[in-house]
Design a protein around this ligand. Structure first.
Ligand SMILES: [Zn+2]
Length: 148
C-alpha cells in the first residue's frame, strides 16, 4: 500500500493524462507519466505504513481474543517512571516510554501501565499495549533496528 502522499502524486499524473486529447501530446504525456509513476513509486517506497504509535504490524506471536486485562493508571509522570523502572529495570530509559505492559505466560492475564487519560491522553499507546496482549511481540524487527 502506498503512503497517502504517493496516492496524491499518482492522481495528479492521471489528471494530466485525461485533460490532454492531442494524440502526440497524449503519447508524450503517457510516456512521461509512466516514467513519473516509476519515480513516484521508487521515491515514495519507505516500507510499510506506520500507525500513530510509530510502528507497523509485523506478525503475530500468538492470538488471544479472550483476555483478563488490568490497567494501572498514573496521575503523575514521576509515579509512572518509578513503576516503569521497577518493572523494566533501573537501566531502562523510561523517559521515552509512553506505556508498557506485562503479559502472563500462563493464562490470559495482561497488565497495561499508562497515564490517566485526564492527565495525558495518548490512546495510540494504550492500543499498542493492548495489541501486545492480543498478539504478543509483533514488532521485534523494528526493536532490533531501533537498538542498532
Ligand atoms: Zn511494543
Amino acid at each position: 500500500m502506498l503512503p497517502k502522499l504517493c496516492r496524491m502524486c499518482l492522481t495528479n499524473v492521471f489528471k494530466g493524462y485525461i485533460i490532454n486529447t492531442d494524440m502526440m501530446k497524449l503519447t508524450t504525456l503517457l510516456t512521461l507519466s509512466i516514467l513519473g509513476l516509476g519515480l513516484f513509486l521508487s521515491s515514495c517506497d519507505d516500507g510499510p505504513r506506520r500507525a500513530a504509535d510509530g510502528y507497523y504490524f509485523e506478525e503475530k506471536e500468538f492470538e488471544k481474543t479472550s483476555l483478563g486485562v488490568t490497567v494501572v493508571l498514573f496521575e503523575t509522570r514521576r509515579e509512572f517512571e518509578e513503576t516503569a523502572k521497577q518493572k523494566l529495570g533501573r537501566d531502562f530509559p523510561v523517559e521515552n516510554v509512553a506505556a508498557f505492559g506485562s503479559l502472563s505466560v500462563v493464562g490470559n492475564n495482561c497488565t497495561i501501565y499508562t497515564m490517566d487519560a485526564s492527565v495525558q491522553y495518548e490512546p495510540e499507546f494504550l492500543g499498542h499495549e493492548l495489541a501486545h496482549c492480543i498478539w504478543g511481540r509483533f514488532h521485534e524487527k523494528q526493536n532490533i533496528a531501533r537498538n542498532r
